[in-house]
Design a binder for this molecule. Structure first.
Ligand code: PEP
Ligand code: MN
Length: 293
């Protein structure tokens, strides 16, 4: 390990990796994240209607997703934008779980909503804008459900792990970290996917790490290639936006995949995942014996 990282992150003792720490496996509604499988979470940015969500759930399940995403409470940059269906959205998510068997991930924006959302969700999402909302993080420590903690868009990895430590200190060490792109000077993409964050986090922490290529890219054409990148740098999974008709989406349509686009992406990922599994079995061997000259 880079000695710098050791001093920098080891103070977050509940989430930092120690020499003898085993990787944490997070169990969300029966789906194990961090246990070796590449777990894909997919669904719309926001729950818009029962029809939209159920159609999406069926389609992404058939393509291999294990967890359904969909915001019922939406943090929006503009106060005039769609704010989500609230409780009605949670009920629709729960119906989709009953019909497809997918687990549910959805965002909690305020500590006041945590108890209600925890009755419906299998994985409680903390959005980028809330990463340093300590009242929310403390409440999630006692919510009884695992947490998907997204990296703040201007947060360093040290600040990111500090927020994970707050949740763990309050009693909940079932935490999945999510790299979703950070704000840089670059404007060609919505955010800059910090791909190096994945191996750094996997080295300094025992928590599972997933990637959100959708909010990083901001455009759907980049989502498959960023997903491939995530799979080869050792991510434990993805969270991806998918919509039945992205052009009509109430939020984040430009970065949402169609059903067909998602299915193609999942098919394209397979050889990369197979390669990663066989490399893991074979162990590190960059140069064969006897070929030193
Ligand atoms: C989302 O997942 O729809 C979302 C708002 O993500 P982020 O908090 O990463 O912007
Ligand atoms: Mn979104």
């Amino acid at each position: 390990m880079n000695p710098k990282w050791n001093g920098q992150f080891s103070c977050f003792d509940l989430v930092a990796r120690k020499d003898d720490s085993a990787a944490t496996t997070v169990c969300a509604g029966g789906v194990e994240i961090g246990g070796g499988d590449f777990v894909v979470m997919a669904g719309p940015c926001a729950v818009e209607s029962e029809k939209q969500l159920l159609q999406t759930a069926e389609s992404v399940a058939a393509s291999g997703a294990r967890i359904l995403r969909g915001g019922a409470y939406k943090p929006r940059s503009s106060p005039y934008a769609f704010q989500g269906l609230g409780l009605e959205g949670l009920k629709i998510l729960s119906k989709a779980r009953a019909e497809t068997g997918l687990a549910i991930v959805t965002e909690a924006m305020s500590e006041e909503d945590v108890d209600l959302i925890a009755e419906y969700a299998d994985l409680m999402q903390v959005g980028t804008r809330s990463m340093e909302n300590y009242a929310l993080l403390e409440k999630l420590g006692g919510c009884g459900k695992p947490v998907l903690l997204k990296r703040g868009m201007t947060a360093t990895l040290e600040e990111f792990l500090r927020s994970a430590q707050v949740i763990a200190m309050n009693g909940n060490s079932q935490i999945v970290l999510c790299e979703r792109g950070i704000r840089t000077f670059e404007t060609a993409t919505r955010n800059t996917l910090d791909i190096a964050a994945v191996p750094v986090l996997k080295t300094v922490s025992h928590l599972p790490v997933i990637v959100d290529p959708s909010h990083a890219a901001g455009v759907r054409c980049l989502v498959p290639v960023l997903s491939r990148a995530a799979s080869v740098v050792g991510a434990d999974g993805l969270i991806v936006e998918v919509h039945p008709s992205p052009d009509q989406a109430m939020s984040d349509g430009a970065q949402s995949l169609t059903f067909r686009g998602f299915r193609d992406m999942m098919e394209d990922l397979q050889p990369y995942l197979d390669l990663r599994d066989s490399a893991r079995r074979a162990g590190p061997r960059l140069v064969g014996a006897g070929s030193a000259d």
